[in-house]
Design a protein around this ligand. Structure first.
Ligand SMILES: *Cc1c(COP(=O)(O)O)cnc(C)c1O
Length: 413
């Protein structure tokens, strides 16, 4: 048994990051400036994007993407219930309607077949005009992008990718965020929040076609038609024009200083995450009460989150109790995610019933995210494996009490 708690997802900040932040602090240029420009350029090159805009969060990137595409009142955006709330929130915030579509049972990513059904149905009913699809590459596993692009092309929709988990992920050999030749417009939104695969403390990046990212840049900084930092530098001038009711979402050089060095470490971070996932898979594959995460052969998985599932039929305890047991073994865990339609705001606003998105609802009750982060030692990984195996062994049973069956009928966070 461990003597200290294994945290869920602490960051890995090196001396280079610290030195670069200090350099920024001593430079007299602490907000958006040369380091943000460098970070944008290096990020763009890393994922092969046409253009990149550094922002202060992924939520900001998603919000700016909607504004850039002119999505607002009377419009609708299709997205998934199996996500963090922020993508759905920004759809609400621009006055559009989020339309939830259930997920595929293996990846828990938005189901393209159901996206098409939803679009067909709405066309018949003459409901609000769907303008975009906002898929989430959940856990770092790419969605079925070819199917979604085909649908987007047919229905004349944009795609706003919530790529918060998917650095560095790829779909059919193409990195998430990479430039497209032809097809529907795609804007990709990355997160550099403290727990994410690359962190700037808080931060995000919007990648996409140059014209759209240029427009997004205006939206992201007060709707001003010039970069503020150029305004005050030698080549700049005092004059600017406000052409949009824009946001204040720019990234600061202090954040970019972190990002520049995190980006260099990304291949090593990714290799370590992949190795940990491989070990977990090896250990848990074949345990009747457990189901390892899906990884389709046409994706490069970013392994942001390792979402194990329990098989209730082969376990005498609930998922919630499993989490408690792991905690008593000093292993921190989480659940990704409580589906959007179960949260009071969305449940009440749209009258959602839990079973309305049956896959999201059922699978949610089986999910346990295990620690996976580059700083984990082999010993840490072994501790997790031993704890999970011990709990599964101890409570593995097909005889299930009435108490457990009824407990599972409630949602219970
Ligand atoms: C973390 C996260 C976000 C939000 O990212 P921020 O940078 O914190 O705004 C959005 N979507 C998903 C799926 C996330 O996990």
């Amino acid at each position: 048994m461990r003597t200290t708690m294994l945290e869920f997802s602490p960051p890995l900040i090196g001396e280079e990051e610290i030195a670069e932040v200090v350099d920024t602090l001593r430079s007299d240029w602490i907000t958006t400036g040369p380091k943000v420009s460098r970070f944008e350029k290096e990020f763009r090159e890393t994922v092969g994007a046409d253009s990149a805009l550094a922002l202060n969060s992924c939520t900001a990137a998603l919000h700016v993407a909607l504004a850039t595409l002119g999505i607002g009142p009377g419009d609708a955006v299709i997205t998934t219930p199996m996500t963090f709330c922020s993508g759905v929130h920004v759809i609400e915030q621009v006055g559009a309607r989020p339309v939830l579509v259930d997920v595929e049972p293996d990846t828990l990513n938005i189901d393209p077949v159901k996206v098409r059904e939803t679009l067909e149905r709405r066309r018949h009913e003459g409901r609000q005009r769907v303008k975009a699809i906002m898929p989430v590459h959940l856990y770092g596993h790419a969605c079925d992008l070819d199917a979604l692009k085909e649908i987007a092309r047919e229905y004349n929709l944009a795609i706003i990718e919530d790529a918060a988990h998917s650095l560095p992920a790829a779909y059919r050999g193409r990195p998430i965020g990479a430039a497209q030749s032809g097809g529907p417009p795609i804007l990709s939104c990355f997160s550099f929040y403290a727990t994410k695969n690359l962190t700037t403390g808080e931060g995000g990046m919007l990648c996409g076609p140059r014209e759209l990212v240029d427009e997004a840049r205006i939206w992201s900084l007060h709707g001003m038609s010039r970069d503020a930092w150029k305004r005050y530098s030698a080549e700049g001038s005092w004059y600017y024009e406000v052409v949009r009711p824009g946001f204040k979402y720019n990234m600061a050089d202090i954040q970019a200083a972190l990002g520049l060095h995190q980006l260099r470490r990304l291949p090593a971070f990714h290799a370590r995450r992949t190795e940990i996932a491989r070990r977990y898979n090896e250990a848990f594959r074949g345990t009747p009460s457990l189901k390892i995460p899906a990884a389709r052969s046409d994706v490069e998985h970013a392994w942001h989150i390792y979402a194990l599932r329990v098989n209730p039929g082969a376990l005498a305890i609930t998922r919630n109790r499993f989490i408690e047991e792991l905690k008593s073994h000093r292993i921190a865990t989480s659940v990704h995610f409580i589906p959007i339609h179960l949260h009071p705001y969305y449940r009440d606003r749209y009258g959602y019933k839990p079973e309305q998105f049956p896959v999201a609802y059922e699978e949610y009750q089986r999910l346990i995210s295990l620690p996976i982060f580059p700083r984990m030692t082999d010993r840490d990984v072994e501790d997790v494996i031993e704890a999970v195996a011990e709990i599964a062994e101890q409570h593995g049973s097909i005889a299930r009490s009435q108490e457990i069956l009824s407990a599972e009928l409630g949602v219970g966070a």
